[in-house]
Design a protein around this ligand. Structure first.
Ligand code: ADP
Length: 425
């Protein structure tokens, strides 16, 4: 029956005593009344003691009591104690979390719904020049770079944005926003100054080496041509050696030209003009046709007359590379189709061949610099491995995308998707 049983038993005992005493003395009702008053008075006293204890926090040892009140005190005391222990654990965890985020080398800022600063770590205070008083300030008022404001407003946080530190423009930061919870966002910034420096050094090195190789190559080619002219054909070994040397110098020349083009694409400012793509494609196909044997056919379909804002030389180079590959990597008696058309989202150049195709594992890698499939290397098919890297860069500079569909033994389709916003006619 538990504690309630005990209470009821005590009351029943009192009732029994009153009934017996009341029966003998004839004072049953007055005694009954007295019992009720006593019970009520006891409860009032207990309630006031309980109220006094709980209003002091209820965590100190409770006053001694009997019956149901002892139990009540015990349960409330236990709940309070557990709560205190949980609070202590939680605040310890928060402290540890704060300490670890404070020690992070990357800057972290918690942003509220209106882009206001809720919290920032030490690195964030250092690289963004934030102070304790900036809590609650809107971040666009403190980091005013237009590219950052655009990134913040775009609400598309798949990518990141690169900006200089507002306190020291020599520090380059890669800023990324990670949304979490209800409208909250975490702004993370990584110092990529060293990375940018290394990238710059790599670009400068490639540009300088390629540039320096041009003169010796031209001299070599010149002498080689003179020697070939002097060759009387008496020694097949000599003739063959000249041919090999000529082939290799030409290959090297292509490599140097492609590397210089890639460097230009990475470093030069764009100068956009309205480019007549149908005319450009017709010209490129004609050049391709002239080079190809009669059996090889290029089929050009101009479904759209769209011109686009772009760099004509760069586009020519990209399209020539794609057409060159389609011709190079498909049998002589198959068709290579070029299709210029517009769909709901973009204007597209698709180049389709019925060649050997590319394996699934190679597709994601063919646009990497110097990547050539093992088969091509083994078969010694001519090429620098830089063509598709050039195509990718040119398309990136035109906000366009390169899509590759290919099946081994059936053929490939390389398509360039330009956004409709760059159509100029
Ligand atoms: P490469 O100078 O070797 O042609 P690219 O960068 O133009 O260099 O191409 C990289 C690799 O992609 C090629 O070596 C080849 O394996 C593959 N590739 C490119 N275009 C095609 C195509 N149309 N059909 C089959 N394979 C292709």
């Amino acid at each position: 029956m538990g504690i309630w049983g005990k209470e009821i038993r005590t009351i029943l005992l009192f009732l029994l005593v009153i009934s017996v005493v009341g029966g003998f003395t004839g004072l049953f009702w007055p005694l009954m009344f007295l019992l009720l008053i006593a019970i009520i008075a006891r409860q009032v006293v207990q309630i006031s003691r309980f109220e006094a204890w709980i209003s002091r926090g209820g965590s100190k040892k409770y006053p001694s009591s009997v019956g149901i009140w002892e139990d009540l005190y015990y349960h409330v005391y236990r709940i309070k104690k557990n709560e205190k222990r949980r609070k202590k654990k939680l605040s310890l965890m928060i402290d540890q979390f704060r300490q670890s985020t404070e020690a992070l080398p990357d800057a972290a800022v918690v942003l509220g719904i209106n882009n206001e600063i809720d919290w920032s770590n030490k690195a964030a205070r250092r690289v963004f020049g934030l102070q304790a008083s900036d809590k609650g300030q809107r971040i666009p008022n403190l980091i005013r770079y237009p590219e950052f404001i655009r990134y913040l407003k775009a609400n598309n946080y798949q990518s990141s944005v690169v900006i200089p530190s507002p306190v020291n423009s020599n520090i380059i930061l890669e800023v990324r926003i990670v949304p979490y919870g209800a409208g909250l966002r975490l702004l993370l910034a990584q110092d990529i100054t060293q990375l940018k420096k290394m990238e710059r050094t790599r670009k400068d090195f490639v540009a300088n080496v390629s540039h320096e190789l041009r003169t010796p190559l031209t001299v070599l080619k010149g002498y080689l041509e003179t020697l070939q002219d002097l060759d009387d054909g008496q020694s097949p070994l000599l003739t063959n050696s000249f041919l090999q040397m000529q082939g290799q110098t030409e290959r090297m020349q292509h490599l140097v030209d492609d590397l210089l083009l890639l460097t230009r694409l990475e470093t030069q400012q764009k100068k956009l003009h309205c480019v007549d793509i149908p005319a450009l494609l017709s010209q490129i196909c004609k050049e391709g046709d002239d080079l190809e044997s009669a059996t090889r056919r290029i089929e050009l379909t101009l479904e759209s007359s769209a011109h686009i804002m772009g760099e004509e030389q760069e586009l020519r180079s990209a399209f020539t590379n794609l057409l060159g590959n389609a011709l190079k990597y498909s049998p002589e008696d198959t068709l290579v189709k070029l299709h210029w058309y517009q769909d709901a989202n973009s204007v597209v150049l698709a180049i389709t061949d019925m060649g050997e195709g590319i394996s699934k594992t190679d597709i994601p890698r063919v646009t990497e610099r110097f990547y050539r499939s093992e088969v091509k290397r083994a078969k010694k098919v001519n090429g620098t491995g830089l063509g598709l890297a050039i195509v990718k860069h040119v398309l990136m500079r035109h906000d366009a995308q390169l899509k590759i569909k290919s099946e081994l033994g059936k053929g490939s389709c390389f398509s360039c998707h330009f956004p409709l916003s760059i159509i100029c006619e």
